[in-house]
Design a binder for this molecule. Structure first.
Ligand code: PLP
Length: 393
């Protein structure tokens, strides 16, 4: 018998993917230069030079078995060791290879972590707006999503999160820099959240895991840094990915990090390994694993995204669009002039602008614009954005 839940997921693509496919069709019809596609977080900035050099060096110098053979299920020990050393150096942490589990990107890291830590019937708190796949990943394992709105500046509303914590709370997912808002949660905001979670753990006598989803960690502007959550809260699991920081989303490489101070660390790490096994997420791509020690610390040119961010902010606000200034990632979350996100995005299509309605992000009334495109594309799109806003006047 077919699993009806899975069939439904397959039959109805995510809104983002749907729009991306529409964009491909439209580009064939009227030419790619006439479609302003801001639908997908697919980095346009090339991977750093060190990535290609590292891959070439590996292919030239390493044996095929070493490069393309199976690694340990949780990933090559020396690769995990190199990543652990890098984290210790940059974050003044104290992790080791056995805190890490290599994955095919953040998506697998999240699915593994949620499978490992949230049981059927339990709840996972997700501040809204959020990356829509969280709901799919949480519900797949039989847990329930508990949405809690952020404040007006898209920072965490700690009091509202506290009110949502209960004896069924398994975890909370924090994504900073954030998709879709571009918000970076401030240190005092994170501290307040972690203090509250510690208090709640005591009060409820249960562990509440903090899952830090961090594919955008390095994509921050104006000299900002992103607090590393293990420093504030021991029961933290970091889901990291190189998809955005190295512009390698199609290569699928990332990891789960279990904080070594997690209560019952051994059981948590074993659970992560077990979830990876049960889901078939073992032995992440070997070639990409072997590349990582050669490119740790490299980041794609963030200045290009920053230039796009400034250009869009300046121009769109001039035209009358409302948004909160993003400090990281490569998304702008714009208020719908009509208050209706679907109406706004459908109308934008008439101007060949592809932006994603916010309903599936758990925050109706907005649209997400992914500005990880070429600056020229933004420049070409500006008159269309102006005409779109003028159509509301
Ligand atoms: N989490 C967030 C917030 C994302 O925006 C994305 C991808 O866009 C992912 C997770 C999945 O990342 P990956 O491509 O590494 O699986």
């Amino acid at each position: 018998m077919i699993n009806e839940k899975m069939r439904e997921l397959g039959a109805r693509r995510s809104v983002i993917r749907e729009l991306f496919e529409y964009g491909k069709k439209r580009k064939n019809e009227i030419g790619a230069e006439n479609v302003f596609d801001f639908s997908l977080g697919n980095p346009s900035v090339p991977a750093p030079q060190a990535v290609n050099e590292g891959l070439t060096e590996l292919i030239k110098n390493e044996s095929s078995i070493l490069l393309h053979g199976y690694t340990s299920a949780q990933g090559d020990a020396s690769v995990r060791g190199a990543i652990a050393d890098y984290i210790n150096k940059t974050q003044v942490e104290c992790v080791n290879a056995d805190c890490l589990y290599m994955t095919v990107g953040a998506a697998a890291a999240l699915t593994i972590s949620l499978t490992a830590l949230a049981c059927p019937g339990e709840e996972v708190i997700v501040p809204t707006p959020y990356f829509p796949e969280y709901k799919v990943f949480i519900e797949r394992g039989g847990a329930k999503i508990r949405e809690v709105p952020c404040d007006k500046d898209f920072q965490l509303d700690v009091a509202a999160i506290e009110a949502a914590v209960n004896e069924k709370t398994a975890a909370i997912i924090i994504n900073s820099p954030n998709n879709p808002t571009g918000a970076v949660f401030k240190e005092e905001n994170i501290k307040a959240l972690c203090d509250m979670l510690k208090r709640k753990e005591e009060e409820l006598s249960r562990i509440i895991y903090l899952i830090a989803d961090e594919p955008y960690r390095e994509l921050v502007y104006d000299g900002l840094t992103v607090p590393y959550l293990t420093k504030y809260y021991d029961d933290t699991i970091v889901c990291y990915s190189y998809s955005k920081s190295l512009s390698l989303p199609g290569e699928r490489i990332g990891y789960v990090l279990v904080c070594p101070r997690c209560k019952d660390f051994t059981s948590v790490y074993q659970s992560v390994c077990g979830a990876g096994r049960a889901l078939g997420f073992v032995c992440a791509p070997s070639l990409l694993q072997k590349l990582l020690p050669k490119v740790l610390g490299e980041v794609s040119d963030v200045n290009i995204y920053d230039r796009n961010r400034r250009l869009l902010l300046d121009e769109l606000t001039k035209y009358g669009y409302e948004t909160v200034r993003p400090d990281g990632a490569f998304y702008l979350f714009i208020k719908s002039p009509s208050g209706d996100s679907s109406e706004f995005c459908e109308r934008a299509k008439k101007f060949e602008i592809l932006i994603v309605p916010s309903d599936d992000f758990g925050a109706p009334g907005y649209a997400r614009l992914a500005y990880c495109v070429k600056t020229e594309e933004i420049e070409r799109a500006l008159p269309a954005f102006k005409a779109l806003m003028d159509s509301y006047k």
